[in-house]
Ligand binder design. Structure first.
Ligand code: 9WN
Length: 404
């Protein structure tokens, strides 16, 4: 495959200073999407990759949080729900998404060194990570807690079913997503009602209070540890002290292993901070600690990844949920299908842990599936059939990166 088709998608989804994940389903800027998009854009136009990230960070809140959506003023408010009128936070939402931005900033700088860009983004990234560390350690164990499933980026993951069951669904709103996506590929109405209730409660607390849903997600925390490793490299490039970032990464990695690792299961599970219990679902978030090079439990985690639950290397991509679970669904969003960003991250992890043959197989599969599905949002792990929206930006961008 050559990069032409993927590059054309990114061009079509470019709004002038940022990229929409999808023209139809997600017509604004999303936080972790932008980081993945920048990883691809850096090979096509480093200037546009820098612009993407600068635009996102221009919407950073005074408390350091990077909002999960930055609304495009040129797009009608009814194009996406919940829109700016719901959040009452200017041009943004009040939630966050996984902190993959430092890794993206570093990669963009490596593609075309730009000290001014790096120096401008560094303090913003410091404030972002400080927000997570200081305002989100609800469990007091040095891990970030998410307060809404949307914050994980894996909205209807089975890992959230337990904590979400405590939430009474809101009613009386109109879902916009179903106008653009097959209902069987999207979260259920009941889950959507719970998302809206949680977001409204959090909004009404001034985006401060921990509510019914407070969860330590292994994916989010692993990506924060990795982001601190990237920060150390950024600090080195700027001639600033970097050891604090390496220590921060080690602290998160240690807390992750002490709190969320289940050695009998050979897996990282999410923890429901309200009950103190680990949630029982094996989801792809539990594989993301593989991105950490110094992960002591990597051999056991790799055994789970290649075993019957995920069958890495034998199915398409990295399934979002346990293939052997009774509630595994090959089409419904984060309850089974393989997503390209997770495949890209797990491939990075495989490279760190010396699994080169498996990493190559995963890369070849991601590239073939992206092309065959028209750059789908996600795919059936067994058949490779595309699901969700097509011409999805991070699928295109990560394709560009894998081809580079
Ligand atoms: C809610 C934009 C986002 C991704 C998430 C994905 C989905 C939104 C939605 O789309 O979430 O934030 O409307 O379902 O789950 O990972 O960032 O692509």
């Amino acid at each position: 495959m050559d990069v032409t088709r993927a590059a054309a998608i990114l061009d079509r989804n470019w709004l002038g200073s940022s990229t929409v994940p999808s023209r139809s389903l997600y017509p604004h800027q999303w936080s972790w999407d932008s980081a993945f998009i920048a990883l691809g854009l850096r090979h096509l136009s480093p200037a546009r990759a820098r612009r993407e990230l600068r635009t996102l960070f221009a919407a950073q809140w005074a408390d350091g949080r990077v909002p999960h959506i930055v609304f495009d003023p040129g797009t009608p408010p009814e194009a996406y729900f919940p829109g700016p009128g719901f959040w009452r936070a200017g041009r943004t939402s009040g939630l966050v998404q996984p902190p993959v931005h430092a890794r993206a900033v570093l990669a963009v700088h490596e593609a075309e060194p730009d000290q001014e860009f790096l120096a401008a983004l560094y303090p913003k990234l410091v404030a972002w990570h400080d927000y997570l560390r200081t305002r989100r350690d609800a469990g007091g164990r040095g891990l970030v807690a998410i307060v809404h499933p949307w914050e994980s980026g894996m909205d209807n993951s089975p890992a959230w079913d337990g904590p979400l069951a405590r939430v009474t669904p809101s009613t009386g709103f109109v879902r916009r997503d179903l106008a653009h996506g097959d209902a069987a590929d999207r979260p259920s109405d009941e889950d959507y009602g719970r998302y809206v209730r949680l977001a409204a409660d959090y909004r009404d607390s001034g985006y401060r209070a921990f509510g019914e849903f407070v969860v330590e997600d292994p994916g989010f925390n692993a990506l924060l540890a990795d982001a601190e490793l990237a920060m150390a490299e950024i600090a080195d490039a700027l001639g600033l002290p970097s050891s604090g970032h390496r220590e921060a990464a080690a602290r998160v990695a240690k807390a992750l292993q002490e709190t969320l690792w289940d050695s009998a299961a050979g897996f990282f599970f999410a923890r429901d901070v309200r009950t103190g219990a680990l949630t029982p679902a094996y989801t792809c978030a539990g594989l993301l600690p593989l991105v950490l090079p110094d992960l002591g439990v990597a051999p056991a985690l790799l055994a789970t990844a290649t075993g019957p639950r995920f069958r890495l290397g034998q199915v398409h991509g990295v399934p979002s949920h346990d293939l052997t679970a009774a509630d595994f669904d090959p089409a419904r969003y984060w309850r089974g299908p393989s997503w390209f960003n997770v495949g890209w991250l797990v491939r990075q992890g495989l490279l760190h842990h010396g699994e080169h043959a498996l990493a190559d197989r995963l890369r070849d599969d991601l590239l073939a599936t992206a092309e065959e599905t028209g750059f789908a949002e996600y795919c059936d792990p067994f058949t490779g059939e595309g699901h969700g929206t097509r011409s999805f930006s991070w699928t295109a961008a990560l394709t560009v990166d894998l081809l580079a």
